[in-house]
Design a protein around this ligand. Structure first.
Ligand code: 5AD
Ligand code: SF4
Length: 443
């Protein structure tokens, strides 16, 4: 039997693309292996969002050279956003790479592998735009939870971001196809789904007869076997009142919203082409908090965007202090060739950017800890998702907080009630108080 090894960098959409690649290869009777040295085909599914991802990728491809030397039949395939973006450089510097395939060429991979075996040259297949996703054609890696894409690509062109260039324009998947996928997953025992899109809130705007993300969510919520519905990512400019209402009205839509802030300064938000203001963002948060009980809010923040000054950074801190995010994913601005921000004047030293970044981290970590502390001594329903560190099990509360606890591995995929015993900034610790075999049992 032929064996494949796949390594994934980057976001949930990349993880999902790897599930598509796995499905395609397993259909051709490939077996998944956990070690690259055991594989006949190695796939690296790459990310391009930050410069660091590029350097990491080059290091990784470099490390595969020895494997290829000892096994010349090994097939090395580089896919995803960086493959798309850096194809010339990869072809030139790593001639032992067999196949480079873009984000719109995934479904071609099995035929590209066959083709490569019959010709002597490396293959590079990168379409700039397109849509080659077939609903349902993905591997369900976890039997109890699954990603389900609602759209591909992005139309927003935030000026720092490379995604619209590598993933193309936004294309929404038809509601009937999404619902069919989810029903099939539910029939197979999946209880949690994560709806994926670069900007789920603009879902359906490309249909002839417009259809909104909140309408889709309301439809999905009718599938009661799916006990946990999550979605990401929301863009503040498109987040509607209807969406907040639908979340509030449906107990199987989780009380968690990931709402990237990026910056709290109106000047910087404008330069980033984000199309909302600090005031608008805070208004949305107030609205969410008043309508959705115990809703956790997470975010992404960039520090050191070109033109950002101390005063702008303080506006970001102000929003952080006002919103009290449960968690923030923070990034130092990384210049991406070809994006609009690339040519913007940037007078702040990297030293200063790093200091602001650290300052933000300290403040946010304290807030995360304080917010998590509020959960201590309370009981929550948890879906057991796997093994965590130190032999503990790991799961998530409805609000997406991670909790570790002692228990038997056969609980993975089941619901338990947990009493929260202690809190850290990024996770909780707790004790099982009840195992919920009955799928309808709620706290
Ligand atoms: N530099 C730093 N962070 C970036 N992100 C996207 N592009 C860049 C960049 N060029 C961050 C944004 C986005 C998250 C996925 O990655 O915060 O929301
Ligand atoms: Fe990038 Fe902005 Fe699109 Fe998100 S919404 S993928 S940050 S361009």
């Amino acid at each position: 039997m032929k064996k494949y090894f796949i390594e994934t960098f980057g976001c949930q959409m990349n993880e999902f693309d790897s599930e598509r690649i796995s499905w395609l290869l397993e259909k051709e009777n490939y077996l998944s292996v956990q070690k690259p040295e055991e594989a006949d085909v190695i796939i690296i599914n790459t990310c391009a969002v930050r410069e660091k991802a590029k350097n990491k990728l080059y290091g990784h491809i470099g490390n595969l050279r020895t494997l290829k030397t000892s096994n010349p039949d090994l097939m090395i395939c580089i896919g995803g956003c960086s493959a798309q973006n850096l194809k010339e450089k990869i072809l030139k510097d790593f001639p032992y790479v067999d196949i480079i395939f873009g984000t719109h060429n995934i479904s071609q991979l099995p035929e590209l592998i066959l083709k490569r075996k019959s010709i002597k040259k490396s293959i590079c297949e990168v379409k700039e735009n397109g849509f080659d996703y077939v609903p349902g054609n993905f591997k369900n890696t976890f039997p109890f939870k699954a990603y389900v894409p609602v759209s591909h690509g992005c139309n927003n062109f935030c000026t720092y971001c490379i995604v619209p260039y590598v993933r193309g324009r936004e294309i929404s998947i038809k509601p009937a196809e999404i619902i069919e996928d989810i029903k099939r997953l539910a029939d197979n025992g999946v209880v949690e789904i994560m709806l994926l899109g670069q900007n789920v809130n603009s879902y359906g705007k490309d249909f002839e007869k417009p259809y909104s993300f909140s309408e889709l969510l309301a439809e999905v919520a009718k599938i009661k076997e799916i006990r946990r519905i999550r979605f990401m990512t929301s863009h503040p400019k498109d987040l509607s009142q209807n969406l907040i209402d639908v979340i509030a009205q449906n107990f199987n839509i989780m009380n968690h919203i990931h709402l990237p802030l990026q910056s709290g300064s109106n000047k910087i938000l404008k330069l980033m082409n984000r199309n909302y203001t600090k005031e608008k963002y805070l208004e949305i948060i107030d609205n969410i908090k008043s309508k959705i009980s115990d809703c956790s809010i997470t975010t992404d923040i960039i520090t050191g965007f070109p033109g950002e000054e101390r005063n702008d950074f303080e506006h970001t801190l102000d929003v952080v202090n006002k919103v009290r995010f449960n968690r923030a994913f923070t990034f130092i601005y990384s210049k991406r060739d070809g994006t609009a921000a690339c040519n913007m004047e940037d007078n702040i030293s990297i030293k200063e950017k790093k200091e602001w970044f650290k300052e933000l981290l300290v403040i946010q970590n304290k807030i995360s800890l304080e917010e998590n502390m509020k959960l201590v001594d309370r009981n929550y329903e948890v879906l057991v998702e796997g093994e965590g560190s130190k032999g503990l099990l790991e799961g998530r509360l409805e609000n997406n907080c991670v909790v570790n606890f002692e228990g038997n591995k056969n609980l993975i995929g089941k619901f338990v009630n947990i009493n929260i015993a202690s809190a850290k900034s990024f996770y909780l610790k707790g004790k099982i108080i009840k195992i919920n075999d009955d799928k309808k049992n709620h706290l």
